[in-house]
Design a protein around this ligand. Structure first.
Ligand SMILES: *[C@@H]1O[C@H](CO)[C@@H](O)[C@H](O)[C@H]1NC(C)=O
Ligand SMILES: *[C@@H]1O[C@H](CO)[C@@H](O)[C@H](O)[C@H]1NC(C)=O
Ligand SMILES: *[C@@H]1O[C@H](CO)[C@@H](O)[C@H](O)[C@H]1NC(C)=O
Ligand SMILES: *[C@@H]1O[C@H](CO)[C@@H](O)[C@H](O)[C@H]1NC(C)=O
Length: 690
């Protein structure tokens, strides 16, 4: 992480009327629409509530990604998606009746004259199917049903603009339309730049907007007002071709798809759109000898063209929906055991967290795909764009432990492999696998953001957690040398941590951080457990006794002499902070720290709760959503646990924010402080592990 975004101005709210529709389970700061990869990451910002057809969808970083939907009912048109203005044509806005979200879906119901339109945005979550999980496409399913007992003639229209294709609208784009079993627009930059981004949007690859082909399906590309007026006035698109490739903002070309649903009564008729971005290669990765490897998304092992994978995806909608509904139900059932508020927080976190990650494979020497060579890559979205940041994977790790711990191992693998090459010079764990996504080109000069105790502890704790959860010792066996090297570092520096950063780098460097010492000591004890799993009982005994000895010494060093609480840093009696690193002691069942410590912290936190939660520490009034939930996992009083959750929900639903689940916010004002759309929200699943 880094601190630069902290000062981002808080979103200034317009005075909006309270929404007239129902929101279930609540109205979040921003609604995930198509959220499946770092680049397919489009949302509907909310504040106090914005209807699907009241504003433009936008990329997580804020830039508009125009997306329009019209439904034409007996020749009268209504918008249900986006905020288009079309000269020379008449339409009105459908009226939003409800909005709801689950872990995989955001669903809007709008009334358009005598029909209801249901727009379901489904971003699949397929944690154990690597082919499906790696397909960077999302669904928009539009279904229409009559509400007045009569049948109506229905056509559905949707388009996207070139804004999806680059982070800057002066870039020239080109396009084509495939007409096979699918109707599919393909849009790309005329001059792409491999592995580059502008304002976090990818500068290469192809965007696709597609429906199944067949009777009543039509497609058109052209100037926004021309194409939209064509539909509004005729109910069908024109075969006239606009092949005047030009800049995104030059007469705004749009990519439209229409489906005539015919006569529709009270039984719904529907059309399914697929939107997505496919780039190949996806990731640049550094190998031994500083050789750079191009890596591709996993799904290429099964499909050899974009058209094939899009066709599969569109034809698979009913399976995808069934699978999504099953996952939604499981998450809801598990999380509701904590509370309904918790279930909502978890549901909002899942798409966001997983969309930061991409599953890749390499080609073997003969040009075939090597599906034994799976590496998973995470973009540190919003805070600085690093690749596979260890202290971002760590807070996110509960989502992988819950959904599929192998995914966690696939995330650690690029870090282990790179540090095994000897190219990285430091004795502690690296901070990240590359300074900017989608490049994982390492840090051969060793000047990555140094968080030596933090990252070494994180790697050891995750190594043990994933190996146990996956019930597979292969990875810890292969990398036990590195794990032991990091343990030596922790033995030297974790009891009295030198002046350094922890993961909360925005709060600045500090010596003797109490919570950081907890991380380091648990890391040492994790290596004891790893050694035991690998059959080295002498090492188990040695490292466990070092960890136990450190706990004894730490107990004296970290206690405040004035208050019954842990300090933020040693010898700073008035200070305190969230001791969220204790979560790993609980989760891994180590029982390293005494129960009395948990009781003490529980009693203390009860005295320092603000309206929207407990501050991260005494330096500021802000906190982190992930650490609120981790701390909720260590307190010994269910009432306080529920207070952590309900105040987090109060922040999320207070109408003061409009970014993708921002994880840093002020506990007094409830205003977000800049971090958004980050994978760390996967940490909100922590309570599902206990
Ligand atoms: C729009 O509707 C108005 C009122 O019904 C009508 O006078 C006008 O001609 C329509 N315009 C177009 C472009 O259809
Ligand atoms: C496939 O990848 C694995 C893991 O990197 C490697 O050990 C193996 O040699 C590769 N196979 C081929 C045929 O390249
Ligand atoms: C850290 O704590 C130790 C133990 O109390 C103390 O000796 C040392 O001076 C502290 N370091 C700093 C920089 O405050
Ligand atoms: C225990 O581990 C420490 C740190 O690696 C090492 O210095 C020490 O020699 C070990 N003790 C035994 C008895 O192996």
């Amino acid at each position: 992480m880094r601190s630069q975004f902290l000062c981002a101005a808080a979103f200034a709210l317009q005075a909006l009327a309270a929404p007239s529709w129902t929101s279930t389970p609540f109205n979040p700061p921003s609604i995930p629409l198509a959220v499946r990869s770092p680049y397919l990451n489009t949302w509907l910002p909310q504040g106090q509530g914005v209807a699907l057809n009241d504003a433009w969808p936008s990329f997580w970083a804020g830039r508009i990604t125009a997306w329009v939907g019209f439904v034409r009912v007996d020749g009268i048109s209504y918008t249900f998606l986006g905020a288009p203005v079309v000269d020379g044509a008449n339409f009105t806005k459908a009226t939003q009746k409800s909005f709801s979200f689950t872990s995989t879906q955001s669903t809007f119901v709008l009334s358009a004259g005598p029909v209801d339109v249901t727009a379901t945005f489904l971003s699949p979550v397929e944690p154990t199917d690597l082919v499906k999980q790696s397909i960077p496409l999302s669904y928009l399913h539009v279904s229409v049903a009559s509400t007045d007992g009569a049948t109506h003639s229905i056509q559905v229209y949707s388009d996207i603009s070139g804004e999806w294709v680059s982070g800057a609208s002066e870039w020239d784009i080109q396009w084509s339309t495939t007409t096979t079993d699918i109707l599919s627009h393909q849009i790309s930059l005329v001059s792409p730049a491999k592995y580059e981004e502008i304002s976090d949007q990818s500068q290469y690859g192809n965007w696709y907007y597609s429906i199944l082909n067949g009777k009543g399906a039509s497609a058109q590309i052209g100037r926004d007002a021309v194409v939209r007026a064509q539909f509004l006035n005729n109910g069908v698109l024109s075969t006239v071709k606009d092949n005047n490739f030009r800049a995104i903002a030059d007469s705004w070309p749009v990519f439209a798809l229409e489906k005539d649903l015919g006569k529709v009564g009270s039984t719904a008729a529907a059309v399914t759109y697929a939107i997505g971005h496919i780039r190949d290669p996806a990731i640049k990765y550094v190998l031994a000898g500083n050789v750079k490897q191009d890596r591709s998304l996993y799904f290429w092992s099964k499909y050899s063209t974009a058209q094939q994978v899009i066709s599969f995806f569109l034809n698979d909608y009913s399976n995808a929906l069934a699978s999504a509904n099953a996952l939604d139900k499981k998450v809801e059932t598990d999380a509701a055991k904590i509370s309904p508020d918790y279930a909502g927080i978890v549901a909002l976190s899942i798409r966001q967290s997983l969309a930061a990650n991409e599953l890749t494979i390499s080609k073997n020497a003969h040009g075939g795909w090597n599906t034994s060579d799976v590496l998973y890559f995470m973009k540190e979205i919003s805070s600085d764009g690093n690749t596979n940041t260890v202290d971002v994977i760590f807070p996110a790790s509960p989502i992988f432990l819950y959904l599929n711990p192998k995914l966690g191992e696939y995330l650690l693998e690029p870090l282990y492999r790179y540090q095994t090459t000897g190219l990285y010079p430091n004795k502690w764990s690296i901070h990240d696998a590359g300074a900017h996504y989608p490049k994982a080109d390492g840090h051969n000069d060793g000047t990555d953001e140094a968080m030596p105790v933090e990252e070494s502890g994180n790697m050891l704790i995750m190594a043990l957690g994933f190996a146990r959860a996956a019930n597979d010792l292969t990875q810890i066996r292969r990398y036990q040398g590195l794990l032991d090297q990091w343990t030596q570092y922790l033995i030297e520096d974790s009891l009295i941590p030198t002046f350094q950063l922890s993961t909360d780098d925005f709060a600045g460097q500090l010596a003797n951080q109490t919570n950081l010492a907890i991380k380091g000591i648990i890391g040492i004890r994790a290596m004891a457990e790893i050694s035991k799993l690998l059959g080295d009982n002498a090492k188990y005994t040695n490292y466990s006794s070092i960890a136990a000895d450190y706990v004894t010494k730490w107990t004296t060093l970290s206690a405040s002499k004035t208050g019954p609480h842990l300090t933020l840093d040693y010898n700073d009696d008035a200070s305190w902070g969230l001791a969220y690193n204790l979560f790993s002691d609980v989760h891994l069942g180590l029982n390293l720290f005494p129960k009395s410590l948990y009781d003490q912290q529980t009693a203390w936190y009860k005295t320092v709760v603000n309206k929207f939660g407990v501050p991260l520490d005494t330096r500021h009034t802000y906190t982190k959503t992930d650490w609120e939930v981790w701390t909720a996992g260590i307190v010994t009083d269910q009432g306080l646990r529920d207070t952590f959750i309900s105040s987090l929900k109060a922040y999320l639903s207070n109408g003061l924010n409009n970014q993708a689940f921002p994880d840093l916010y002020d506990t007094i004002t409830g205003v977000a402080l800049g971090f958004r759309a980050r994978p760390v929200v996967g940490g909100h699943l922590a309570l599902l592990l206990l």
